[in-house]
Design a protein around this ligand. Structure first.
Ligand SMILES: [Zn+2]
Length: 322
């Protein structure tokens, strides 16, 4: 099989290199480690992630105590720890959300140890090694943090050098997150068609959106794709993420999520960038992505091609260029 490295770079950018596996002689393309920026490890078979091409994950809602006890290895894990929410707010009481993964915040207090205080909840997650802080703003399913308390959570997180990731759902929640300085949305907004002004403001503020386009009913999926396409056109920054653990899907790279991103205008090299950005951690060391077989020849081929990715030790790959 002949692979033209220049045509490949033209299509998917300089991170892709043609190579072969030393053990099997199989030809293909290697890429940096791929990251799913929205998973819930307690709900999936994480051992299957690497075989499915995912070397790194960001867990956006889990038990901080058990996450802190994880041994190093694959997948390379960064995490938020528990969901921070209003008393009685989402996801409290959900079957998939035991008490260990939820903390309620009832007071904007910046004082360490104040009961129910914003700083108390943030400090706890950071003490367990959280790389980001996750906030639930789901007005469709119960009470949400008021603006002052949300701002206090953001201030406490930023004080520790941590970005805040919000689940926004329901009327006005994207704007509430923007008003408070939330850095990242855990899902592309899917419950309302955002106005061009709100989309432009989100993009201009540097807010990043984690895609999760394939977890919705058809109407919510349509809204999410329209919002993401507008955000991309406005120059917004997108991260690949699937909310793996939500619903029953094979573990690994989700080609249908990539196809949806592609439809929103995140194509080729930009699509690779959403997958290879190690944020908020450093990249997994000593491993690479290997995509066996013929490389894509058109932009339309790229999502399905990436669906064949697997994780291999970097030392097992022989590069065609040097
Ligand atoms: Zn989630």
């Amino acid at each position: 099989m002949h692979i033209d490295p220049f045509a490949l770079r033209e299509l998917v950018g300089p991170a892709a290199r043609t190579c072969r596996r030393a053990l099997t002689g199989e030809s293909g393309v290697c890429l940096p480690p791929l990251v799913d920026h929205h998973v819930h490890l307690h709900l999936i078979d994480e051992q299957a992630l690497a075989g499915g091409g995912i070397a790194g994950v960001l867990d956006l809602g889990g038990d901080p105590v058990s996450l802190a006890r994880r041994p190093a290895g694959l997948p390379h894990v960064a995490y938020a720890g528990a969901f921070l929410t209003a008393p009685g707010g989402y996801p409290s009481g959900r079957v998939w959300a035991p008490d260990a993964i939820v903390r309620t915040v009832s007071d904007p207090s910046p004082h360490p140890g104040a009961p129910g205080g914003a700083a108390t909840a943030v400090d706890e997650q950071v003490s367990f090694g959280a790389s980001v802080v996750k906030v639930a703003l789901n007005a469709a399913a119960g009470p949400v943090l008021d603006p002052a308390t949300l701002r206090a959570v953001v201030r406490a997180a930023h004080g520790h050098g941590r970005k805040v990731v919000a689940h926004v759902e329901g009327e006005g929640m994207t704007e509430r997150a923007l008003d408070a300085g939330v850095d990242v949305l855990a899902h592309t907004p899917f419950t309302e068609d955002l106005s061009p002004a709100v989309v432009a403001r989100a993009a201009a503020s540097g807010q990043r959106w984690i895609s999760t386009l394939r977890i919705h009913d058809p109407e919510s999926a349509r809204r999410a794709e329209a919002n993401l396409a507008a955000f991309v056109t406005a120059g917004g920054s997108v991260l690949y993420g699937t909310d793996l653990g939500n619903g029953d899907r094979p573990v690994g790279v989700q080609a249908d999520e990539l196809a949806a991103l592609d439809r929103c205008g995140v194509r080729g090299e930009s699509l690779i960038d959403t997958l290879c950005d190690p944020w908020p951690a450093t990249a997994a060391e000593g491993v690479s992505t290997f995509v066996p077989g013929a490389p894509p020849t058109t932009l339309d081929d790229v999502p399905a091609w990436l669906g064949r990715a697997t994780v291999v030790p970097s030392e097992e790959l022989i590069h065609d260029d040097h």
